[in-house]
Design a protein around this ligand. Structure first.
Ligand code: GLN
Length: 308
């Protein structure tokens, strides 16, 4: 294998150029109307390597919403507050074999498959303590902490757009309330919509990947949240459910814990080594960034990064 210390901005930019045109084969998400306005040609690639060194290429200043990637942050906070057993009493550890907005298994066992599906994620966020917007603010603060970027905020238009069209998510929320899993009011669902609307860059995503790859230690070495078990839990969920129903095939091809969002971002943890962040809003049929997936795949092949 090629030594990862030889990764440079040049490595990343040549991989990016090889994959740039994948945007022509996918489609920008528009089921949340505001997301449909994204620039389909935007593309960025970041790595945070040994000792937190950052490498960036492409549209590195372009911001996008983290969407489903926020689910791993909510999971970490809920487990830190409530304990893993209490969180997973209400949902499964199952891998995803269904699209992210599927109702399984709310109509059979009554519980979501895992915290990476929308249902499980909405439930996870509802388990974070605090009234009103407080749970969302904890998620925002944690993303700001991990990325060391206090300027991060959520995009109000994307939030409003999702709130006014997210009837399927609202349906899941009420079904889980019916099933006795959720006790609060719709503020809890709003917190989920807000967390999905947090805006960041590919570099921020690489820092999130690095954090979970390194036992919840930040890229600059800050170990305030260091926790081996939480990192293992989050990474295992990323591996089995982070790429929606594509997770199994993705594990075969890439072999690394990863989490995608319909905003076009993917964060990847290379355990003990590095974090990768990609952005390109043109998505495949599962909702994963097409160019993003191919950039990750090329880097993984070139440096033999698969866990297996
Ligand atoms: N906000 C999106 C939704 O709930 C998140 C889904 C995703 O990124 N897959 O539909």
């Amino acid at each position: 294998a090629v030594d990862i210390s030889t990764i440079s901005e040049k490595t990343l930019s040549s991989i990016l150029e090889q994959n740039r045109t994948y945007y022509t084969q996918g489609k920008v998400a528009d089921y949340i109307p505001e997301l449909g306005k994204m620039d389909a040609n935007a593309i960025a690639f970041s790595v945070v390597g040994k000792n937190g060194k950052v490498f960036n290429t492409g549209d590195v200043h372009k911001k996008f919403t983290m969407q489903s990637i926020s689910k791993i942050i909510a999971l970490m906070i809920a487990v830190n507050e409530k304990g893993e057993a209490n969180v997973f009493d209400k949902m499964g550890y199952f891998g995803s074999d269904k699209p992210f907005n599927h109702f399984s298994n709310l109509e059979t066992t009554g519980k979501p498959l895992n915290p990476m599906m929308n249902a499980g994620a909405i439930l996870t966020t509802s388990l974070i303590s605090g009234e009103g917007e407080k749970p969302f603010l904890k998620i925002l603060d944690m993303v700001r902490y991990i990325t060391k970027n206090q300027a991060l905020d959520y995009n109000k238009s994307v939030y409003e757009s999702e709130k006014s069209t997210g009837h399927r998510n609202r349906g899941m929320f009420y079904l889980m309330k019916n099933n006795g899993l959720i006790s609060g009011n719709e503020d809890q669902l709003d917190n989920y919509f807000k967390q999905c609307s947090i805006e960041l860059t590919a570099e921020d995503l690489a820092k999130i990947g690095y954090f979970f790859a390194n036992q919840c230690v930040r890229f600059d070495g800050d170990s305030t949240y260091k926790n081996v078990e939480v990192a293992r839990l989050v990474e295992s969920q990323m591996l089995t459910a982070g790429m929606y129903e594509f997770s199994g095939e993705y594990s075969r091809m890439v072999g690394l814990p990863s989490k995608s969002g319909v905003g076009g971002g993917i964060t990847v943890s290379v355990p003990g080594k590095m974090g990768i962040g990609v952005f390109s809003p043109s998505l495949d049929q599962h909702g994963n960034s097409l160019a993003g997936y191919h950039m990750i795949l090329d880097l993984v092949k070139q440096y033999n990064l698969s866990l297996f």
